[in-house]
Ligand binder design. Sequence first.
Ligand code: AMP
Ligand code: ZN
Length: 113
Amino acid sequence: MSDCLFCKIIEGSIPSTKVYEDEKIYSFKDINPQAPVHVLVVPKEHICCANAIDESNADNVAYIFTKIPAIAKSLGLTNGYRIINNCGDDGCQTVKHIHFHILGGTKLSENMG
Ligand code: AMP
Ligand code: ZN
């Protein structure tokens, strides 16, 4: 999508600090980290949000979760981490290309809301 920030990051026209990349997914450091380690993982396919996951694209979303353990390990997250997906306005999703936050490097707050 031409007007999507994360599509532009994936194609390289907007710079990012890459953490991991393969043919299906891209991972990069969040520009405004909320924890000592804060990265985003996105499918290269433009999927707007969790509400748009369906049988045609679910494999790309599931694939992200097969790679998160290795990404977390590469970031030194040996004592656990949190995965967050914000969906829609009430979820405070600001970038409409589905992404999973990986947060860690410290004991995180128990407050999820
Ligand atoms: P969300 O609020 O779940 O949509 O998360 C969007 C995330 O993207 C926020 O944590 C932002 O800090 C992050 N972000 C926005 N622009 C950039 C960028 N250019 N590079 C890296 N992360 C970004
Ligand atoms: Zn996109």
